[in-house]
Design a protein around this ligand. Structure first.
Ligand code: SF4
Length: 232
């Protein structure tokens, strides 16, 4: 499996924010979000091939007992099934971070938490992006059938990246469409930001909207703590 990086840090977002965690970041993605904060796994994917057993050994020497399998899009890789199974078998708590648009051939891997970050229309790259990525992104970004299978197999949380009222309206409609399948108490709204300054500017507005809608605010601590630097 192609791995971009493996490192220990603190989880910065969602239900497990603040938890010491090892991040296993796969490389490669089927989307091209215009604001992607890991372009080295999507726009210009880089990394090295590692057998899942080597990934497991690398994780095992690090201190955290929580592991976040993230990307890129980790569910593009069939090996993620065995990796999650073996990590859990060794006693690790496993979170899978995904956009919820694709599944491995064997279906949804089992995790202790599947963290789904659906990509709203505003995530699309510019229309003239080489490779036809605007159309490819739009065609691939919403797969409610995939989301339903993921949350049928593992406990879930949702993290919508929001920067405008239009994003908020689309996220609300999407949550309504998924209906009783999802737990609204596990739905987070996250300000779209790559720097502490952007984060501060958008958090105040979004906090008010979270109060109004009864949804949770995901503060994105890693940007505040580390400035969104790679490997943190
Ligand atoms: S789905 Fe994630 S990794 Fe892929 S382009 Fe979007 S933000 Fe980047």
């Amino acid at each position: 499996m192609r791995i971009s990086e493996i490192y220990a840090s603190l989880q910065g977002e969602g239900l497990l924010a603040g938890t010491p965690s090892t991040f296993v970041r796969t490389s490669g993605c089927n989307l091209r979000c215009v604001w992607c904060d890991t372009p080295f796994t999507s726009w210009k994917p880089e990394g090295r091939e590692m057998p899942p057993a080597d990934v497991l050994d690398t994780v095992a020497v690090l201190a955290p007992r929580h592991v976040v399998v993230t990307g890129g899009e980790p569910l593009l890789l069939d090996e993620v099934h065995g990796l999650c199974r073996d990590l859990r078998g060794r006693g690790f708590h496993v979170t899978i971070e995904t956009a919820g648009t694709v599944l491995p051939a064997a279906g949804s891997p089992l995790a202790d938490l599947v963290s789904i970050s659906p990509k709203l229309a505003s995530s699309a790259p510019p229309a003239d992006t080489p490779g036809g990525w605007a159309a490819r992104h739009e065609a691939a970004r919403r797969r409610d059938d995939v989301i339903r299978e993921l949350i049928a197999c593992s406990p879930h949380q949702f993290k919508f990246v929001v920067e405008s009222q239009a994003d908020l309206d689309e996220a609300n409609d999407w949550i309504d469409d998924l209906g009783d399948a999802i737990d609204r108490s596990r739905v987070f709204l996250m300000p779209q930001a790559r720097t502490p300054e952007e984060l501060a500017a958008r958090t105040e507005w979004l906090a008010g909207e979270c109060r109004r809608l009864g949804l949770r605010l995901a503060p994105r601590h890693h940007i505040t703590w580390y400035g969104g630097r790679r490997g943190t």
